[in-house]
Unconditional design. Sequence first.
Length: 104
Amino acid sequence: MIPLALQKKLLIAESELNRAQLILEWQTLAGEAHVVIQRAKQITFLASTAASVVTIVSSLGHKRTAPAEEKSSWWKTLLNNAGLVSTVWQAFRASGPPPPLRNS
Protein backbone atom coordinates (compact mmCIF):
# COMPACT_ATOMS: atom_id res chain seq x y z
CA MET A 1 0.00 0.00 0.00
CA ILE A 2 1.23 3.51 -0.89
CA PRO A 3 1.85 5.80 2.04
CA LEU A 4 -0.66 8.63 2.36
CA ALA A 5 1.91 11.43 1.80
CA LEU A 6 3.11 9.83 -1.45
CA GLN A 7 -0.47 9.34 -2.65
CA LYS A 8 -1.19 13.02 -1.93
CA LYS A 9 1.87 14.12 -3.97
CA LEU A 10 0.83 11.94 -6.90
CA LEU A 11 -2.70 13.37 -6.86
CA ILE A 12 -1.34 16.92 -6.77
CA ALA A 13 1.00 16.18 -9.70
CA GLU A 14 -1.87 14.63 -11.68
CA SER A 15 -4.02 17.67 -10.93
CA GLU A 16 -1.29 20.03 -12.21
CA LEU A 17 -0.97 18.02 -15.42
CA ASN A 18 -4.74 18.12 -15.94
CA ARG A 19 -4.78 21.87 -15.31
CA ALA A 20 -1.99 22.48 -17.85
CA GLN A 21 -3.75 20.31 -20.44
CA LEU A 22 -7.04 22.18 -19.86
CA ILE A 23 -5.29 25.53 -20.37
CA LEU A 24 -3.79 24.34 -23.68
CA GLU A 25 -7.12 23.00 -24.90
CA TRP A 26 -8.87 26.25 -23.92
CA GLN A 27 -6.30 28.34 -25.81
CA THR A 28 -6.70 26.13 -28.88
CA LEU A 29 -10.48 26.45 -28.71
CA ALA A 30 -10.27 30.24 -28.32
CA GLY A 31 -7.98 30.48 -31.37
CA GLU A 32 -10.31 28.35 -33.49
CA ALA A 33 -13.32 30.41 -32.37
CA HIS A 34 -11.49 33.57 -33.44
CA VAL A 35 -10.88 32.11 -36.91
CA VAL A 36 -14.56 31.14 -37.23
CA ILE A 37 -15.68 34.63 -36.19
CA GLN A 38 -13.31 36.29 -38.70
CA ARG A 39 -14.59 34.07 -41.51
CA ALA A 40 -18.19 34.82 -40.54
CA LYS A 41 -17.42 38.54 -40.73
CA GLN A 42 -15.90 38.07 -44.19
CA ILE A 43 -18.93 36.12 -45.39
CA THR A 44 -21.25 38.81 -44.00
CA PHE A 45 -19.27 41.50 -45.81
CA LEU A 46 -19.32 39.58 -49.08
CA ALA A 47 -23.04 38.84 -48.79
CA SER A 48 -23.78 42.51 -48.13
CA THR A 49 -21.70 43.57 -51.10
CA ALA A 50 -23.33 40.95 -53.33
CA ALA A 51 -26.79 42.14 -52.25
CA SER A 52 -25.84 45.70 -53.17
CA VAL A 53 -24.58 44.61 -56.58
CA VAL A 54 -27.76 42.61 -57.21
CA THR A 55 -29.83 45.64 -56.26
CA ILE A 56 -27.92 47.86 -58.68
CA VAL A 57 -28.07 45.35 -61.53
CA SER A 58 -31.77 44.64 -61.05
CA SER A 59 -32.67 48.33 -60.89
CA LEU A 60 -30.58 49.18 -63.95
CA GLY A 61 -32.02 46.27 -65.91
CA HIS A 62 -35.61 47.01 -64.93
CA LYS A 63 -37.39 48.66 -67.82
CA ARG A 64 -40.23 50.91 -66.89
CA THR A 65 -43.24 50.71 -69.14
CA ALA A 66 -44.09 54.26 -70.10
CA PRO A 67 -46.39 55.46 -72.83
CA ALA A 68 -44.60 55.97 -76.14
CA GLU A 69 -45.09 59.73 -76.15
CA GLU A 70 -43.92 60.08 -72.53
CA LYS A 71 -40.29 58.93 -72.62
CA SER A 72 -38.06 60.15 -69.85
CA SER A 73 -35.01 62.16 -70.78
CA TRP A 74 -31.58 60.62 -70.56
CA TRP A 75 -30.67 63.25 -67.93
CA LYS A 76 -33.44 62.03 -65.65
CA THR A 77 -32.34 58.43 -66.11
CA LEU A 78 -28.73 59.37 -65.44
CA LEU A 79 -29.64 61.26 -62.25
CA ASN A 80 -31.84 58.42 -60.98
CA ASN A 81 -29.09 55.86 -61.52
CA ALA A 82 -26.46 58.16 -60.03
CA GLY A 83 -28.62 58.52 -56.91
CA LEU A 84 -28.93 54.75 -56.64
CA VAL A 85 -25.21 54.22 -57.10
CA SER A 86 -24.50 56.90 -54.50
CA THR A 87 -26.80 55.20 -51.98
CA VAL A 88 -25.21 51.81 -52.54
CA TRP A 89 -21.71 53.29 -52.39
CA GLN A 90 -22.49 54.92 -49.04
CA ALA A 91 -23.79 51.60 -47.70
CA PHE A 92 -20.68 49.89 -49.04
CA ARG A 93 -18.36 52.43 -47.39
CA ALA A 94 -20.30 52.24 -44.09
CA SER A 95 -19.73 48.49 -43.85
CA GLY A 96 -15.97 49.06 -43.99
CA PRO A 97 -13.32 46.85 -45.50
CA PRO A 98 -13.51 43.11 -45.01
CA PRO A 99 -11.58 41.75 -42.07
CA PRO A 100 -8.11 40.51 -43.06
CA LEU A 101 -7.50 36.81 -43.58
CA ARG A 102 -5.44 35.34 -40.80
CA ASN A 103 -3.62 32.07 -41.32
CA SER A 104 -3.02 30.29 -38.07
